[in-house]
Ligand binder design. Structure first.
Ligand SMILES: Cc1cc2nc3c(=O)[nH]c(=O)nc-3n(C[C@H](O)[C@H](O)[C@H](O)COP(=O)(O)O)c2cc1C
Length: 360
């Protein structure tokens, strides 16, 4: 029976364990979204993860609305990612990067006052920090034209190409958490009347076009996707998440992806993101490939989920922030360090690369 320490073949790769690191935005790319030496050190420290899924990384300036988040749309950024890939490979790790377009949650402050884009001109509830201050409320976006949709698909392809050329092992398409792909998927936001809106298949067209084009460019064994069917962040909602996301994974069966990644805490975790209608089991039934799951897991519940064949691997987020050697700590049944959430998004090494390894 598999446990979190069992090796696994995932797409093009043989991975040494099933303890994966979740994408975690940390806001350390302070110079023009270029990954720096401190980030290379941080990821290398965590290289014993079976797979690192590096933080959400913008495919275009238009999609970047998070302070000091990295990008992967110019040569300088690509070179920065090369240093990270080299540092992780030096420690025998494997690393994908999460490709991200924030859509309507990009504040105009990041766009020289221009409006952000989305599936429809529907404002999301909420605010983010921008160069002009904290809690800057989201604007009403403008709907992408069909030509522009094609351009965004191409931005995902170009970024995936850059990721592979930089030496990263693959990409995870960010289809979760209320960002642009999710803004097309869910009918609480998508009100289009063309072939990108209306029926479930129409709303999933944007996602599938990205997946198809990225797989064509770099090979499906280097591509994963993240979905968050019950996440209602920034008021995003769908009239029938069960039908929408079951259909999504059914369509994704056609691509032979490295994995589908579901962020959905179980109701019993009490996580505010959890929903009584826990959909992962339904998605598991409909998806034939590798499913990896995230949301409040620890060693015990992760092993239980694998023993029950709920997924092929477990993805850990916050535990990896404060335990660079999480895999070794799980092996030793050692105590875990608790993360300090006041340093999650600060720009310094404190709370980033200075979490201690176990004493040996
Ligand atoms: C500081 C922080 C940054 C995050 N950044 C991202 C991100 O870049 N992309 C993403 O899909 N999820 C992001 N998340 C969500 C995590 O990937 C993960 O889903 C969440 O922490 C739940 O997993 P956990 O209970 O193991 O921590 C972030 C969460 C935190 C706490």
């Amino acid at each position: 029976m598999n446990n979190i320490f069992s090796s696994i073949t995932l797409g093009d790769y043989q991975l040494s364990n099933r303890i994966f690191m979740a994408p975690l935005s940390r806001g350390r790319a302070v110079e023009n979204g270029v990954p720096n030496a401190m980030m290379a050190e941080y990821y290398a420290q965590r290289a014993s993860a079976g797979l690192i899924i590096a933080e959400a990384t913008a495919v275009a300036k238009q999609g970047l609305g998070w302070m000091n988040a990295p990008g992967i749309f110019n040569d300088e950024q690509q070179d920065g990612w090369k240093n990270i890939a080299d540092a992780v490979h030096e420690k025998d790790g494997r690393i994908f990067v999460q490709l991200w377009h924030m859509g309507s949650t990009v504040h105009p402050d990041f766009l020289d006052g221009e409006l952000p884009v989305s599936s429809s001109a529907v404002k999301q509830k909420g605010s983010l920090t921008t160069p002009k201050g904290r809690d800057r409320e989201f604007a009403v976006p403008r709907a992408l034209t069909k030509t522009e949709i094609g351009n965004v698909v191409q931005q995902f392809v170009d970024s995936a190409r850059r990721a592979i050329d930089s030496g990263l092992d693959g990409v995870e398409i960010h289809g979760a958490n209320g960002f642009l792909v999710d803004q097309f998927t869910r009918d609480g936001i998508n009100q289009r009347e063309d072939e990108y809106g209306g029926s479930i298949d129409n709303r999933l067209r944007f996602m599938m076009e990205i997946v198809n084009a990225v797989c064509y460019e770099i090979g499906s064994g280097k591509v994963g996707i993240r979905l968050s069917p019950s996440n209602k962040v920034w008021g995003i909602k769908d009239s029938n998440p069960k039908a929408t996301f079951s259909r999504a994974v059914t369509l994704l069966n056609e691509f032979n992806l490295a994995y589908v990644h579901i962020l959905e805490p179980k109701p019993e975790t009490g996580d505010p993101m959890a929903d009584a209608d826990y959909l992962t089991p339904v998605l598991r039934e409909n998806y034939r490939g590798n499913l990896i799951i995230n949301g409040g897991y620890n060693k015990k519940t992760g092993n239980e989920a694998l023993a029950n064949s709920e997924a092929e691997a477990i993805v850990f987020g916050t535990p990896f922030i404060s335990n660079p050697d999480l895999v070794e700590r799980f092996q030793a049944d050692a105590a875990l360090t608790q993360p300090d959430n006041t340093t999650f998004y600060t720009s310094e090494a404190k709370g980033y690369t200075d979490y201690a390894f176990m004493a040996v």
